[in-house]
Design a protein around this ligand. Sequence first.
Ligand code: GLV
Ligand code: MN
Length: 226
Amino acid sequence: MAPHQLPAVLFAALAFFLALAVPSLAGDPDMLQDFCVADYKSLKGPLRLNGFPCKKPENVTANDFFSNVLAAPGNTNNPVGSTVTAANVENVPGLNTLGVSMSRVDYAPWGVNPPHTHPRATEIIFVIEGSLEVGFITTAGKLFAHTVCKGEIFVFPRGLLHFQRNNGGAPAVAISAFNSQLPGTQSVAVALFGASPQVPTDVLVRALEIDGGVVEAIKAKFPTKY
Ligand code: GLV
Ligand code: MN
């Protein structure tokens, strides 16, 4: 092989191995052991990694895999009329490295879970009380919407914008499952109008084709977190 061909061959080999790696990077990584219960305490040290370090196996108990956090209804007395309660690796240490988590969503009558995305997970929602109008929007701008009643499910593909609205005059409840220990949630309104530092008003004026006063009025409704 001529020396000038080497980089092309190396490049092709690299591209091949990267292509093989892509499917295994599509979600949370696979486990390499039975479990790796999150050791929250060790995060106070200098160690930083993708996920949480494991507790010593001799310190692991059944409680690490247990939580009653979804047992109690969330308080829906807020402007959107819904509350999401999460059971993920941040409050159930046994979920670390397992690639799954869950949440409970409580809806006031006509309450809305506003448009949001989960960058790291597909979501499957199961209605356990009431009836919801749900939908997701594709990257091509198509809305897939459906009424989902008690006992029925609906799927929101990973990363796509989605929402739910309680269809009735009584409270509704749903359980969602995710294929990630920490799906992440980005709410459109909170991200655009509640970011810190703020997204410049002129950017939102042009992006949303509304005037600056409206942008400022909406920003005032979303107190910044930091
Ligand atoms: C519902 O969409 C949820 O993220 O829990
Ligand atoms: Mn969701």
